[in-house]
Design a protein around this ligand. Structure first.
Ligand SMILES: *[C@@H]1O[C@H](CO)[C@@H](O)[C@H](O)[C@H]1NC(C)=O
Ligand SMILES: *[C@@H]1O[C@H](CO)[C@@H](O)[C@H](O)[C@H]1NC(C)=O
Length: 431
């Protein structure tokens, strides 16, 4: 889905930590290093890669930045064995889900050597000659990036040197050489949230990892998108809340497994752990409901947003588009009076379960016109959001959620299950 390519307003203000301010007392070399390695002044990076936890690292000379925010530190602080080198040529995170020996390892390239790290620890037997691990791949690379099956024909790594691109199939060890002269010479390449970005100077260009094609207005200045810099960025003062204080307005998961939580004017993609969890303004994908929603559910490639007594239905094709004729009233579309608190639909059913106060209305989505087929009292009142997934139903209330195995169990149960705290791993809130 081209959701992210649409308007890559990443609003990095959302990142989990705030920039550590430079200590004004700090003097001498440390302060000079800070000044020299200020990525907001417009640096060209040597390498960029996420780690196994989804944190993105940026490298320049012997320094690295951890995440999209904050100052640099020596590379050796995080990757100890690299501390004697003055730069890295390239780095990528391996995507090889059926070989856990290699999966999610970070590979660094220096001259003709390759280093493999997992959990920031050098693997035994490394460094090696690049030829040992990746026969045919040249020394002194410019950049490298993972390309999982689905985005490339098979699980692959793309290596860059000048205008040459080496597409290395990591299942078969077969390598193909391509020339993408239309792409700038990349000094680092990052795959982030299903897209590939070539970094050159302080700019970046999004490209197709299959054809090298560039579509859209590129290059763009990386400082607007991939780092939090004063006077850059696309506005938005969104901070990821504390888990103990979080409340959700709505949660939904579409047919492709893309999962979103909504809270005020922001949404958070919940299924992107490999690249970290990030928040974006709702306006970026669903401008008509930018100020917030009461309930959202997904059904048949469509997302239903409920706000007040209105329903907005979006079709998810390349990106989300509001279907002509919408919004309509809740009464007209689903046969109930708004406002509502929460809604969910399960993948294998034609039913929308809509929660209002302490009642759940089931609406038959296959009927025309749609009608309420049942109405049941619930053991919990004031549920704020609900999600049906393969493991059952989670209903959210304040900073807690309740788990049920099925809509039926939710409707029939007389006693409340134990409330469970919303965890950082679920929505990227701060513990
Ligand atoms: C960055 O991109 C802008 C266009 O967006 C261009 O004008 C500028 O020359 C580029 N700068 C570098 C250093 O590539
Ligand atoms: C962000 O917050 C600052 C200060 O709190 C305010 O001046 C600025 O207008 C806000 N920006 C946006 C886009 O809301």
């Amino acid at each position: 889905m081209k959701l992210l390519s649409k308007a890559l307003c990443l609003c990095m203000a959302l990142m989990l930590t705030n920039a550590a301010p430079i200590d004004p007392e700090e003097t001498g070399t440390a302060a000079e290093e800070h000044a020299q390695y200020d990525r907001c002044s417009g640096l060209e990076f040597d390498a960029i890669t996420p780690d196994e936890k989804g944190k993105t690292f940026f490298f320049k000379d012997g320094r690295l930045w951890s995440g999209f925010d904050g100052p640099s530190q020596p590379v050796g602080d995080v990757f100890k064995e690299l501390d004697k080198f003055d730069h890295v040529d390239a780095a990528f995170r391996m995507h090889k889900p059926d070989n856990l020996q290699d999966h999610d390892h970070i590979y660094f390239f220096l001259g003709d050597k390759v280093f493999s790290f997992y959990d920031h620890t050098l693997e035994e037997g490394y460094p090696k000659e690049i030829q040992e691990d990746f026969p045919g791949v040249p020394s002194n690379l410019d950049a490298a990036v993972e390309c999982p099956k689905g985005e490339c024909a098979s699980n692959s790594v793309l290596f860059f040197k000048g205008n040459d691109v080496y597409v290395y199939d990591i299942e078969t060890n077969v390598m193909k050489t391509k020339m993408w002269p239309n792409l700038p010479v990349c000094t680092s390449v990052l795959r982030w949230l299903e897209h590939h970005f070539c970094f050159h100077g302080h700019n970046f260009t999004k490209f197709s990892p299959v054809t090298g094609e560039v579509t859209g207005a590129y290059p763009k200045d990386a400082r607007h998108y991939f780092m939090k810099c004063p006077n850059f960025g696309h506005g938005g003062n969104y901070t990821v809340p504390k888990c103990s204080e979080v409340t959700l307005d709505a949660v939904t998961s579409d047919d492709a497994g893309k999962t979103y939580a909504f809270r005020g004017p922001i949404y958070i993609r919940l299924d992107t752990h490999r690249d970290g969890i990030h928040a974006f303004p709702i306006s970026r994908s669903w401008s008509e409901v930018a100020h917030g929603v009461d309930a959202v559910f997904s059904y048949n490639d469509k997302m239903y947003f409920i706000k007040g007594d209105q329903v907005y239905i979006y079709k998810s094709v390349a990106h989300y588009t509001l279907i002509e004729g919408y919004p309509k009233t809740l009464k007209e579309e689903l046969g109930i009076e708004g406002p509502v608190n929460a809604a969910f639909a399960c993948a294998n059913e034609n039913t929308a379960h809509i929660i209002q106060g302490n009642e759940m209305f089931d609406v038959d989505l296959s009927a025309t016109p749609r009608v309420v087929t049942s109405k049941t009292p619930l053991p919990i009142s004031d549920i704020e959001a609900g999600l049906c997934g393969p493991d059952g139903i989670n209903v959210f209330k304040g900073s807690h959620y309740y788990h049920y195995n099925s809509p039926m169990e939710l409707a029939m149960s007389k006693i409340m299950p134990r409330p469970l705290p919303i965890m950082s791993a679920m929505i990227g809130c701060q513990d």
